[in-house]
Design a protein around this ligand. Structure first.
Ligand SMILES: Cc1cc2nc3c(=O)[nH]c(=O)nc-3n(C[C@H](O)[C@H](O)[C@H](O)COP(=O)(O)OP(=O)(O)OC[C@H]3O[C@@H](n4cnc5c(N)ncnc54)[C@H](O)[C@@H]3O)c2cc1C
Length: 503
């Protein structure tokens, strides 16, 4: 750790040591090497909440297999705009990680990213029709050019033998496959970035330090009240810019900051569980991330998937998520989190969002009362002969879905992420969790545009941004040659499987 700035005033305070603070901290230090940064994390290590490997699914979200990113329009056509945006965002993340590797900031890409085919798998006539239409719509765009579609059972058996084994021969099934998919250990990546950050000059990372309050001073700087969890002592630190990257803990801190832009926001916690396979033979038989279709009325993040993961060098297999309900905003949070987040300014949006989301409430109740047999039944739609003894329950991370004010409905529940910033750019908070860690770099670039607008227009920052993210300022979705060049470079640096287009 570099010299202690606990008693000095840092330029920037980052609250929380998850993937978002890691990304923002690293971007800022690359852009402005002399900037001083203090990072406060309430737990005793980095990435112990949502960013930890077992707390999320580790999918490098590129919209290759997630059917909820390509909704069907009323006229029956498939809307690919969100899929293109997410695929572009993941390419931006891969560029930044490749840059960090080339600069020797982080090492061993295999510890955090690996190639794994991304497959969408459906059954039944309606779903097959949808998948075919989706494939045809996506295939037009070079970002998804390598996507394959099949209804051929022999071919599907090669793609996903565990899923096709013992399946009813009369059942109609179809799948698409993208070999360019990835499995990402966001926990390992976050810790790698923090290990580098804390060695840089003027950066200090404090574990076991919980931010309790924030107030704006008359000179526009922020006073941040931090508690040392080990000693119980509190201290006030001042800074010109504060990022609330506290995951589920962001909403309460945003409300405490009192910025008008944060008024009316509420949060709806949704917990998650996985089934983790403990049978080595089964784990070996599967080699893909296979996403299905969410059932009607269920929230988008509940899409069931059967995933190969590699965590700490070990191959794993998980299925889920199963949703749940708890009043905690963090996995290691308090049962009072939800009630304490209710304010006069957000009570109407919260009640309205609840009223307009009865199907979600019903879905959550049905998920919460599930027995182990119900969970295995859900798994059997993927692995027809699944046995209870091969699987154990694992608790996933906590999501806090954003509730925001809405003129017409009073309040709406959102399933994406939202950067909320003070008008003067002195504070920003990240709310929500999807598509999440995969798009961390794009989200943080948006935040920089909002909070460091002048700097982003300076030549030195622009040049550096282009060096870190060669496609910066250009569209990967509309420039096929740029996309090919960028993918060729990131595939090589991240040591991913070389796809057809590079060979
Ligand atoms: C079940 C599940 C599956 C997911 N699957 C995927 C996936 O497949 N792909 C993907 O890209 N994304 C996925 N996500 C989303 C992704 O995990 C998150 O978007 C991402 O990890 C959020 O990072 P973060 O830094 O904002 O939050 P976190 O990683 O939660 O970090 C926040 C940190 O802030 C700390 N903190 C909280 N309050 C305070 C305080 N007051 N003071 C100091 N520190 C504080 C916490 O202890 C924590 O360490 C998934 C999420 C869940 C829950």
């Amino acid at each position: 750790m570099s010299d202690n700035i606990y008693n000095k005033e840092p330029d920037v305070i980052l609250i929380g040591a998850g993937i978002m603070s890691a990304t923002l901290g690293m971007l800022l230090k690359e852009l402005e090497p002399r900037m001083s940064i203090a990072i406060f994390e309430r737990l005793d290590k980095a990435a112990a909440e949502s960013s930890d490997a077992w707390n999320n699914a580790g999918t490098g979200h590129s919209a290759f297999c997630e059917l909820n990113y390509t909704p069907e329009r009323e006229d029956g056509s498939v809307d690919t705009s969100k899929a293109v945006k997410i695929a572009e965002s993941f390419e931006i993340s891969k560029q930044f990680w490749s840059y960090l590797i080339e600069q020797n900031r982080i090492t061993v890409p295999a510890s955090f990213i690996r190639s794994i085919p991304h497959i969408s798998f459906v059954w039944g006539d309606d779903n097959i029709t949808f998948l075919k239409k989706r494939y045809e719509a996506l295939h037009e765009c070079h970002l998804f050019k390598e996507m394959q579609y099949s209804e051929n059972k022999n071919e599907l058996n090669e793609w996903m033998p565990l899923i096709m084994h013992d399946r009813d021969p009369m059942q109609k099934v179809a799948a698409t496959k993208m070999d360019l998919g990835t499995d990402v250990n966001f926990g390992a990546l976050t810790r790698c970035i923090f290990n580098c950050l804390k060695e840089l000059e003027n950066v200090t990372l404090y574990f076991d330090h919980e931010v309790k309050n924030l107030t704006r001073r008359s000179d526009k700087r922020w006073k941040v009240k931090v508690k040392d969890v080990a000693t119980g002592k509190t201290k006030i630190i001042k800074a010109k810019f504060v990022f609330i990257g506290a995951g589920g803990g962001s909403l309460p801190l945003l409300l405490k900051s009192g910025i008008p832009e944060g008024k009316g926001f509420g949060g709806f916690p949704v917990s998650g569980q996985w089934l983790k396979c403990n049978n080595k033979q089964l784990i070996e038989k599967h080699n893909a991330k296979v996403y299905g279709k969410a059932s009607v009325g269920s929230p988008p993040m509940s899409v069931p998937h059967l995933d190969t993961r590699v965590i700490k060098g070990k191959k794993e297999l998980l299925f889920g998520p199963y949703a749940g309900f708890t009043t905690k905003f963090l996995k290691k949070g308090s049962f009072f989190d939800l009630i304490k987040s209710i304010r006069f300014s957000n009570i109407r949006p919260i009640l309205s969002a609840g009223f307009h989301n009865i199907p979600l409430t019903k879905y959550l109740i049905q998920q919460v009362v599930q027995s182990p047999e119900d969970r295995i039944d859900a798994l059997r739609q993927f692995i027809p002969n699944a046995r209870m003894e091969d699987w154990e329950l694992e608790i996933a991370g906590q999501r806090v879905q954003v509730i925001k004010k809405d003129e017409e409905e009073g309040g709406v529940l959102e399933f994406g992420t939202e950067v909320v910033n003070a008008a003067d750019g002195s504070l920003a908070a990240l709310l929500g969790a999807s598509p999440g860690a995969s798009t961390a770099v794009s989200i943080m670039l948006d935040l920089l545009k909002k909070c460091f607008a002048n700097k982003m227009n300076e030549e030195t920052w622009k040049r550096k941004l282009k060096q870190m993210i060669p496609s910066y300022g250009e569209s990967l979705g509309s420039d096929a040659e740029l996309c090919r060049r960028i993918r060729e470079w990131t595939t090589k640096v991240l040591q991913l499987k070389v796809p057809e287009f590079v060979r």
